[in-house]
Design a protein around this ligand. Structure first.
Ligand code: UDP
Ligand code: MG
Length: 137
């Protein structure tokens, strides 16, 4: 069984669609093994997204991620990393396939409602950034 890291981002939490997104996650066979709600500081968002620190969208992205509460998750499934990326859809909601979460709920390229690890290496950094072993059940 593989684990991946996911975020229900502030735009979605703010619109009260956390439950709708969790429903998609569970309906698609993911087991939620870790979950908490938190409000990141800009510095915590910068640490999380450090791989993008040279990109022009970095500052706005980190401020947006710190703009309100988010829900962080660890999801378990066979092939969880690729499966969750598929269910999320393309980064830009306008380009995302029908039936994906970003297509159905995303607001813009930045406010695209969900995050997912893009590789085993990212998952190995992102999961312990937010969770300790006792919190994954
Ligand atoms: N993002 C943005 N502008 C861009 C590209 C990305 O605001 O041109 C934001 C968007 O919220 C995205 C996040 O930065 O989800 C991380 O970008 P990445 O390329 O890693 O996309 P993802 O892996 O989330 O699909
Ligand atoms: Mg990414």
């Amino acid at each position: 069984m593989e684990r991946t890291f996911a975020i229900i981002k502030p735009d979605a939490v703010q619109r009260n669609i956390t439950g709708k997104i969790l429903e998609r996650i569970e309906a698609n066979g993911f087991k939620v093994v870790g979950m908490k709600r938190l409000h990141l500081t800009p510095e915590q968002a910068m640490g999380f997204y450090y791989v993008h620190s040279a990109r022009p969208f970095f500052k706005d992205l980190c401020n947006y991620m710190a703009s309100g509460p988010a829900v962080v998750l660890v999801l378990e499934k066979e092939g969880a990393i690729a499966e969750w990326r598929k269910l999320m859809g393309a980064t830009n909601p306008e380009a995302a396939e029908n039936g994906t979460i970003r297509k159905d709920f995303g607001v813009s390229l930045e406010k695209n409602s969900v995050h997912g690890s893009d590789s085993p290496e990212s998952a190995a950094f992102e999961i312990p950034y937010f969770f300790n072993a006792l919190e994954l059940v």
